[in-house]
Write a protein of this length. Structure first.
Length: 179
């Protein structure tokens, strides 16, 4: 498996992998979006068109047959006025799940974010899964979720440039608000 930055030719495969990865979850296509793809598949395209998209942090996993088998991206978010990262979606083709693709993508994107001097990465996800990558409940760092009902599912991973005085409410890039 190879992890690399996405290219324009990867876009259709990324959408297909993301749609397949989230197909079993009770979602519907956002209003006005054709195809009935899960919201996460549509969100990736919206984020790519947003000023908060960070191309260096949009990575694909390439399988043995040179096909896209996974994708992860971070976009610009904020804690108060401080710029930070929001991670997601992360997706792995169903026939490649359980093979370490998601873990490889997570390690790669976190390493790249740290190398860029980013202070932290936030996400909404299963604490049992994301704990292995150093994510902890955001509230423990004085960072409030955009929706208080998310509780411990809203998590952050601090990086080398983290400043503990960075507290407040996290805000995702604008496209997240469309879902």
């Amino acid at each position: 498996m190879l992890i690399r930055r996405e290219t324009p030719s990867d876009i259709p495969a990324i959408r297909a992998v993301t749609a397949a990865a989230f197909a079993g979850i009770d979602h519907s296509a956002p209003p006005g979006e054709p195809g009935g793809d899960p919201g996460e598949a549509v969100l990736v395209g919206w984020l790519r068109a947003d000023p908060g998209w960070i191309p260096e942090l949009s990575l694909v996993a390439i399988g043995e047959a040179s096909e896209v088998v996974g994708h992860v991206m971070c976009s610009r978010g904020s804690v108060g006025a401080a710029p930070v990262l929001g991670l997601g979606p992360v997706s792995v083709a169903p026939d490649h799940q359980g093979r370490g693709v998601g873990s490889a993508l997570m390690h790669a994107v976190l390493g790249a974010a740290d190398a860029r001097g980013e202070p932290l990465v936030a996400l909404l996800g299963d604490p049992g899964f994301y704990r292995r990558f150093g994510f902890r409940p955001a509230a423990g760092y004085g960072i409030a979720a955009p929706d208080a009902s998310w509780g411990d599912y809203f998590q952050v991973r601090t990086l080398a440039a983290h400043d503990p005085s960075m507290t407040g409410t996290f805000t995702y890039a604008e496209p997240f608000s469309r879902l």
